[in-house]
Ligand binder design. Structure first.
Ligand SMILES: [Zn+2]
Length: 297
């Protein structure tokens, strides 16, 4: 769906509300407090009334939209801008496009980003590439030579060839850390795991009994592809991440890095999904509230 489609289909808050009701309660409206389905609609308040516990609630109560004074049409526009921007969109761009304050734009972006988290993460299978990269810090080259620079943040990427991508903000690239991410995201039945020659990988593979499935590409010897052995598909995902950080967000704090990583991989894993917009909205009415206090704590 394009920006124009969204503005045509959802040009009033009533229309937005209607689709949110269907996304939040596909099997009929249910009271968030007592789960009763004996619900009536109070048109004047744009709220539901529970016949069981008398609770009044809106479709956005207790969701990512909670307590927002922005029109739903503005929210919908922000969502389509964020999901369609392949390399991401900064709070400043959202501010200019929607004509809202920077603070509002910033909070809006973070809330939508909070909804862009995978709820079900299938284990990766087939041929899986694992790689690490370093971002941020003073140097503007992002080479692995940056290892040990405490200003840099470590990102571990795991990608199934022809399948899904996962990004993680890691504290270090020690074997225990790598083993943990691989164990939690890669199926035991994986065919092969490809990495570069970082020493921690063989140790990590040994600790999770994956040694026989491990293949290494020798980047230091300037070998990038050896037949089928390479980590190029995870590296192309890293370059998407870096273009997003350089071109769009400019500088992101270590604190919020994990949320940006979730946003990039969420969008990446749905690149062929025509329902990305509705999928994001569905997450927004089913994911828990993200308060300003929590975000800035
Ligand atoms: Zn109730």
């Amino acid at each position: 769906m394009t920006l124009l489609d969204i503005q045509r289909l959802f040009d009033t808050d009533d229309k937005c509300r209607e689709v949110l009701v269907r996304l939040r309660w596909p099997h009929g409206v249910e009271c968030p407090r007592c789960k009763s389905k004996r619900i009536s609609w109070i048109a004047a308040n744009k709220q539901f009334d529970c016949a069981e516990c008398e609770y009044h609630f809106s479709v956005t109560a207790g969701t990512i939209f909670n307590d927002s004074h922005l029109p739903l049409t503005t929210w919908f526009t922000a969502v389509v801008l964020l999901v369609e921007a392949r390399k991401g969109m900064s709070a400043n761009q959202i501010k200019r496009t929607l004509g809202v304050s920077y603070k509002t734009a910033w909070y809006l972006c973070h809330r939508i980003r909070a909804a862009m988290q995978e709820t079900e993460q299938p284990m990766l299978d087939g041929t899986v590439e694992v790689d690490e990269t370093y971002i941020g810090g003073k140097q503007h080259t992002y080479s692995k030579a940056g290892y040990g620079d405490s200003n840099k943040q470590i990102v571990i990427g795991i990608r199934q060839r022809g399948g899904d991508l996962r990004f993680f903000h890691a504290q270090d690239v020690k074997s225990g850390t790598l083993a943990k991410f691989i164990r939690e995201n890669v199926s035991e039945d994986v065919d092969v795991i490809m990495t570069d020659e970082l020493n921690a990988y063989p140790t990590a593979m040994k600790s999770i009994a994956m040694t026989t499935k491990h293949q290494t590409i020798k980047h230091k010897a300037k070998v990038y592809v050896d037949g089928d052995i390479h980590t190029n598909t995870v590296e192309s995902a890293f370059s998407l991440l870096k273009r997003g950080i350089i071109g769009t967000w400019h500088r992101i704090s270590a604190k919020h890095l994990a949320a940006y990583l979730d946003e990039i991989s969420f969008r990446f894993n749905r690149r062929k999904n025509a329902n990305l917009f509705l999928d994001t909205l569905r997450h927004m009415v089913t994911a828990p509230v993200l308060t300003f206090e929590k975000l800035t704590a």
